[in-house]
Design a protein. Structure first.
Length: 177
């Protein structure tokens, strides 16, 4: 076990630390979280199923450690905010916390992967409307379609995209458990 731990440490320590540092943006927290990753790896190494590379598995653990950290921070933050509000202070931070940003990035990646499952026309309309931020009229003009056709295609595309995303999330969620 000591040899395996040394191998993991030598190969992946920098990757784990950098991954966590970019998420939490604090060297000391990243160091603490890196140690938590090693604890979890040591506790669960016998359950590693080799479905992915060891590095991928360890970084998935690191991601989960970071998410747990953000949840704890959010709970602490909510407690302190409620204490301040009780005392009459109006302190609000509308910036997204790293956990929310990470979740949003995961959802965006999923969206782009599932977009490929739509027809080319549906992809074109979704990209024009929501990524390029064009109006229905502008999209119709670019594609040489009627506005009605753009609306119909957009509706079907959103419905299909939602279906693909739900199916992919369920499939991937089942693989991670």
């Amino acid at each position: 076990m000591d040899a395996l731990f040394e191998e993991i440490y030598e190969k992946y320590h920098l990757d784990i630390f950098q991954f966590l540092f970019y998420l939490v943006r604090d060297r000391h927290k990243a160091e603490d979280l890196t140690q938590e990753v090693y604890i979890r790896v040591l506790k669960s190494i016998d359950r590693f199923e080799h479905r992915s590379s060891l590095k991928t598995w360890i970084l998935a653990i690191a991601r989960n450690v970071a998410i747990d950290h953000f949840r704890k921070e959010k709970t602490k933050r909510n407690f302190f905010m409620s204490q301040l509000e009780e005392k009459g202070f109006d302190v609000q931070d509308h910036e997204k916390i790293p956990e929310e940003i990470a979740i949003q990035k995961d959802e965006i990646r999923l969206l782009y992967r599932c977009l490929k499952a739509c027809t080319l026309d549906q992809q074109t309309v979704l990209i024009a409307r929501f990524i390029q931020d064009l109006s229905i009229a502008e999209t119709a003009e670019i594609l040489g379609w009627t506005e009605s056709k753009v609306k119909t295609t957009q509706h079907r595309a959103i419905r299909n995209l939602k279906k693909f995303m739900e199916a992919t999330s369920e499939k991937e969620g089942g693989q991670h458990e």
